[in-house]
Design a protein around this ligand. Sequence first.
Ligand code: HEM
Length: 394
Amino acid sequence: VNSPLGGVQHLYDPFSDTSTTTIYDKYRLLRDGHPVYHNPARDVWCLSRYEDVLQADRNWQTFSNADGVDLDAPAFFGTGDFLDTDPPLHDHLRGLVQSWFTRDAVRRLQDRIDGRVVSVLDNLDSGPVDLASDFVWHIPIWVVCTILGIPISDLDQVHAWLTRLSTRPPDGEAPSAAAFAARDTLRDYLADLAKERSRRPTDDLMTSLAQSAARNELTMDELVGMSVLLFAAGSETTAGLVTSGLVALDSHRQDQTALRSGDADLLIAIEEMLRFDSPIQYLARTTTDDVDLHGTVIPRGARVVLLYGAANRDERRFESADAFDIRRNPRRHLAFGNGIHSCLGQQLARLEGDVIFRRFFERVTRYELTGEPTRLRHPIIRAIVNLPAQIVRA
Ligand code: HEM
């Protein structure tokens, strides 16, 4: 079969498949027949079994983040993005912000998030709507803006930059000039905000980072890269969780009924949504040593992707893994990763999911998808940007 990669159709290509519906069939082929798969055209190794992904994630010494977690755009967010660093720098930078994301810290935001969800829902009438662009995306971006201290009047603008910087060419080419330009504009914007907060402190995360910079705990460049990480990592992922969850519940009506009536636990269902259609399908690492796994040696210096999306469908770990089952408690799914980089915002994402679905079920008594979803064109992120539906308001 001809392919743009030079004549051969490879079993799995980390650039072309994330947003397709057939991706889970490919993952099964990988797990069952090629647990240590090498794509020669990309020179990338792929781990797909639950246990292998988990062990690699826990072993940061051998599976390093220092060369970045994106295959197409190393260091895209710039220095300060601590997902692209190893200890000790990683631990230092993460340590500067982690108190903002503890369970208690995010719970203090619950009422404000709830108010936002209600006001967005109040703008929807019965009839045709786009559940992604008219509803879901308005929540997580607002939440990260609120935490960082980005004025809400700038929300549409920063959202547009985010969309532009995360829309990638379909075949693994480097991000477009427009994506780089949007990244730079966002960086400049965040740098200006930090300077403003140094002059006039408030109680937001940007003020706290500006104060850390004043104490020389991080550079201005690091402050900006970290802000871009927090902004991007918190928005598209959470939107992915909710949009994919709405798709799953549309085709599992009994589950939806059980959630609406309280016969099933929403928090457990959210974990199942994360397992079933993981918003981050994979992240890359670089080996610092030869790794011998299932009789294959991955050489030192190799790029390896940890396929969370495949690990979460591994029958070796989850019974009937391809079935969406809101009553299973998919404990220790890998949608938030594991080890030292495990998602900093996971308590926040869970809280947002909980508030959004609860209010949605209350205000929207019925919804039906009416067209094909449009997915974000990004090799890693699985999220829906347009989700046409028909709704009935309470
Ligand atoms: C459903 C929503 C989300 C999903 C599925 C998700 C998933 C992930 C994954 C897979 C990682 C990497 C884990 C690893 O390498 O082991 C990660 C890291 C991270 N996430 Fe999330 N995330 C979500 C929401 C958020 C939110 C709301 C925030 C906060 C604003 C956030 C901030 C971060 C940060 C800062 C890191 C880097 C952590 C580090 O390197 O130490 N995420 N996330």
